[in-house]
Design a protein around this ligand. Structure first.
Ligand code: NAD
Length: 508
């Protein structure tokens, strides 16, 4: 891509940048552990290269301390035996406190992730809504009754909190994903240990600072910072943990299942995706093109729901590519602290290198770069950015068509019949989300029925609501978040059968 065609923005709103480096430490049993400078990890802003925060690097010992605090808090009923209305009141109070500080949350989210500030603000708003939605579930939680089984039997099924929940989250939507899990675990009556990504820990700690103000009892929520292989592993393997709720890569998801296997814990896994968008010949191409660009570039493509696999009908391929090429060049890329920016930085040097290595490897194949394909150097910014990239003439067997690249890269495949489109859409080990663009409702419904994915969009992409469940099939995950199902991951069923009438018929 010629750089003069890129809509680049570098000026930042410097008033948003805090003066000092945020020092983060663990929150265990209602207390802040001493910040350990010797063991601190540094978080450098991906956009500017400046240090944003330093975090104590936890280890097995701190993780165990947090697990035991959560266990104690669960067993003595200080949270699990509170009436739902009281739990809901505290969750709503937490939501109000986050709302009072939402600009502060958004700024740290932007500084640590490199995502645009306007996007970070929307994510914090969505997170607040999730705390309120989960509060409503705490009040309405109920089981089922079976009065018609037998005249002398009354049976019912009650839902009880699973117990201690480990919550392990990724860097790409730090506070939003934490809020897809923690308030639901709390609404169920569980206690928790949270481990945010080592790259983006600030907002989890800000939350910890608000919990005491909201009268959350000590030990109900514990936060341990550090690396996945150390803290995360302990949180997945320890016998006093009852459920692990994880969002992250499919590879780490498999490690978590292995670590949790010795105690057969419940696991809930939200993993990667290589999500297909099928474009039928009767699609509204103007609308589809905009949504495809959004689905490719949102969060710089570092998104589990990225619509990274375009499956377009042969007859409209040229027209659609023309539209995509024009649109993608208009998207403002640049300093995340500028409110005009729509695409920010890539999370780390290693990740930027892995995106570029995938693109460079295409020179050994028949695939061609239609737009982009290089790291992007922006004047005045020392961070990592990547050109929005469209790859054409892709073979379904290539890595660029099958692997999650997790960058602003769109792979384009073509088809001639609807059945071929469905076959291509399902030709992946992932099954997170999928979409189709067609003006024919029968075509859309047929696709919904045949595609293997946890979420299907027709004539739209990446809408989401707290009321709707979210999760994947195949190697995109196990279980569901959000909606009324989001709380179920943190509940166990207990079946109760009471003899209430005539005495039991003797067996002997
Ligand atoms: P990651 O798997 O590298 O890390 C996620 C979390 O797991 C981090 O907190 C990390 O410290 C921890 N971790 C790492 N190794 C561990 C181990 N051995 N045991 C326990 N914990 C460990 O993922 P990431 O790079 O932070 O995030 C990107 C990935 O997350 C992508 O694959 C993306 O698709 C996926 N994701 C999925 C969803 C979804 O809802 N399906 C949402 C967002 C991101």
């Amino acid at each position: 891509m010629k750089e003069e065609l890129l809509n680049v923005i570098t000026a930042a709103d410097t008033a948003l940048v805090p003066d000092s480096i945020f020092e983060l430490t663990h929150f265990v049993n209602g207390k802040w552990l001493v910040y350990d400078e010797e063991m601190a990890l540094e978080r450098i802003s991906p956009a500017t290269g400046k240090v944003v925060s330093r975090l104590s690097r936890g280890d097995e010992k701190v993780a165990k301390e947090a697990i035991l605090a959560a266990r104690q808090a669960f067993e003595d009923g200080r949270w699990s035996r509170l009436p739902g209305a009281k739990r809901a009141a505290i969750l709503n109070q937490v939501a109000d406190l986050i709302e009072n500080k939402k600009e502060h949350f958004a700024i740290y989210e932007t500084l640590e992730t490199g995502k645009p500030i306007t996007q970070a603000r929307s994510e914090i708003d969505a997170a607040i809504d999730l705390w309120r939605f989960a509060a409503s579930l705490a009040r309405t939680l109920n089981g089922e009754s079976h009065p018609n089984l037998d005249p002398d039997i009354f049976a019912f099924v009650i839902k009880e909190p699973v117990g201690v929940a480990s919550i392990i989250t990724p860097w790409n939507f730090p506070f939003l994903i934490l809020s897809q899990k923690l308030p639901f675990a709390l609404a169920a009556g569980c206690t928790a240990i949270v481990k945010p990504s080592e790259l983006t820990s600030a907002t989890a700690i800000m939350l910890g600072q608000l919990l005491t103000k909201a009268n959350m009892p000590d030990g109900v929520v514990n936060i341990v910072l550090g690396l996945g292989g150390e803290v995360g592993h302990t949180l997945s393997a320890h016998s006093e943990v009852d459920v692990v709720s994880f969002t992250g890569s499919t590879n780490v998801g498999k490690l978590i299942v292995q670590a949790s296997a010795s105690t057969l814990k419940k696991t809930s896994l939200e993993l990667g995706g290589k999500n297909p968008q099928v474009i039928m010949p009767d699609a509204n191409l103007e609308e589809a093109a905009d949504a495809i660009v959004f689905g490719t570039l949102f969060n710089a493509g570092q998104c589990c729901n990225s619509g990274s696999r375009l499956i377009v009908h042969q007859d409209i391929k040229e027209e659609l590519l023309h539209r995509l090429g024009n649109l993608i060049r208009k998207v403002p890329i640049g300093n995340p602290l500028n409110s005009q920016t729509k695409v920010g930085a890539i999370i780390s040097d290693e990740h930027s290198e892995s995106i570029d290595a995938c693109i460079r490897s295409l020179s050994q194949t028949n695939a061609k770069i239609f737009v982009g394909g290089r790291p992007l150097l922006l004047e005045g910014l020392t961070g990592r950015f990547y050109e929005p990239t469209i790859v054409v003439d892709v073979d379904p067997a290539m890595d660029v068509s099958r692997q999650e690249i997790f960058g602003p890269v769109l792979s384009v495949l073509t088809f001639e019949t609807f059945d071929q489109a469905v076959q291509l859409a399902n030709d992946t080990s992932y099954g997170l989300s999928a979409g189709i663009w067609s003006e024919n409702v029968h075509t859309c419904l047929s696709f919904i029925r045949q595609v293997k994915a946890g979420t299907v969009w027709t004539n739209t992409w990446m809408d989401g609501f707290p009321e709707l469940p979210f999760g994947g099939v195949k190697e995109s995950g196990i279980g569901r978040e959000l909606g009324k199902y989001g709380i179920e991951e943190f509940l166990e069923l207990k079946t109760c059968q009471m003899r209430v009438g005539a005495t039991r018929e003797k067996w002997v």
